[in-house]
Structures are given as structure tokens and as C-alpha cells.
Design a protein around this ligand. Sequence first.
Ligand SMILES: [Zn+2]
Length: 317
Amino acid sequence: MSTNIKLKASARTLSLKDCYAMGEDGAYSLFKKLRWPATDGDPVCPKCGSVEVYEIKTRRRFECKACRKQFSVTSGTIFASRKLAFTDMLAAFALISNSAKGLSAMQLSRDLDVQHKTAWLLAHKLREAMAAETKDAILSGIVEVDGAFFGGHIRPENKKEDRKDRRLSEHQTGKRRAVVVARQRKGRTLPTVHETEADGVETVAKIVAKGSTVHADEAAHWDTLHAMFPTLRINHSVAYSLNGACTNQAESYFSRLRRMIDGQHHHVSPKYLAAYAEHAAWLEDHRALDNGAMTKRIIGLAMGHPVSRQWKGYWQR
Ligand SMILES: [Zn+2]
């Protein structure tokens, strides 16, 4: 209805102002449409699937006429225990999809005027929902593979004389990890995190379908792929490809992840590196979508994603 028209009209620049202009009712109605797309937003009982429900309007809840289950638009989803208004959630999702390099929880909390931990948790839940889009995905056709190290970042403002020691201690704390990516041309980007790039080869072999052609660089650990796939190699040191091998798309993924981590999430811990790597992959794979479409897609993913084992009751632990 009007919400949709509004969203379409402002698709290119779905701004904070647009989100708040929608009002709490408009934002709520958009969440309903994306939670229950099959009924265009009419509630469906999460327990028995019935569409015969009473609406408890004042509390934005429903009661199933068949099984008496009470539920809301976010019941059973990763945002089940939401504390934010729908306009704030919509604004958060829009901000996250508008920022090509990702968004720090600090920035998000400032923009939305919410507590840092609220913003941090919301962003992580959203990353989990985004990553689920490629859960169990298998790549085929032409697949580029590559790896790069992240973490153990040294702040430039550290005094020069401290640098060496700091670098040593960073290495000793083991914060450095390799992100290995497999990227299908005209397809999805699947990153995984490992101790070393070589450790990722086995995973790559599992997520690439037989019959695919793999493009990799000259690093020796990729040699094992030749037994499984037609594999083309590029030698970066001579910047020359004899047989048309090219890993440019894997490299542009890494440049996005590098900008995201250096620009927003300094000192990323190995614990969260996979979440950022998946976030960057999602943004890369949906870069052709306009902001409005991207935001709707993110809301749809969040509303279709179950309660998180990792993040449920996170601050109560
Ligand atoms: Zn029911």
C-alpha cells in the first residue's frame, strides 16, 4: 500500500528521514509484509499455520483462533526480544544497507541515539541473518579462490618505538587469521576463516561443485585443487596470465572487507571475523540492488531467521 509506494519512490536514497517519515504504523506494516509475504502481511500463526487470528491492537500482538497461541510480528525470529521501535529497526537496517563499507556499532548507536550494546547486538543479529542466505550454498561454473590475512592490526598512532613490540605481542596473542574466499562469477561469494590460507583449501574443495573451473593464484597450497577441478593459475609476481586465469573478483571482495575492517571495526577479534567476512560478501553480492530493495531484503531475511543460539539473551549471561 502507501508504505510500498513510499519505499519505491525513495528507493535510491532510502534515508533516515524516509524511515521516520513512514511512522511507527508504516514501519510496522512493512515488517508484517516481509514477515508474511504469502498473505501480503496478514498474520499467520507460527504454531499451527492458521490465518484466523484475533488482533490485540494496543499491544501489536495476535492470538490464534485455532490454537490460542499469542504471537507478534517478530515472534520466533532473531528479533523476537526486540526493544526498539519499528522505525528505529527500519532505520538501523537502512543505515546498514546504505553503508557499502559496513557500519560500526559506535556509528550506529550515534545515528540512532541508542545504547552502544543495543546497536552492537542488532548489527550482529542482522549479520547472522544475512549469512544464512548462503548457508549450504554450493558454487559452480567459474569460481575464483583467494586468501588474505586479517586481524592483529597495528594502530598507526602508536609510537614508532612501540610498534615492533606491539606487533610481536599481537602475533603472540594469535589474533591474525586468514580469510579464504570462493567467489562464483555471476554467483555468490563464500568466505571462511582459518588459521592459515592453506587450511582453507579443504573447505574450498567442499563448497565448489564438481565440474566447476577454478581460478587461483600461484600459492602452492592450491595445487591440490588440480586433482579435483580444471584449475587455472595466475602468477601475481609477474602480473601475467598465460591461460586467462583471473582472480580480480576475489580481490575486489577482499578490498571491500579490508575497507570495512580498517575503516570501521579496528582490532577485529578472530571470534567476529567470520561475521564481518560474511557481511562484506553479502554487500558485494547485492551491490547492484538499490538501497530500498536492499533494506527490504535484509528485513525479509531477519523476519525469516529463527531465534539465534549465539545472540539470544546475550547481555543476560
Ligand atoms: Zn495457531
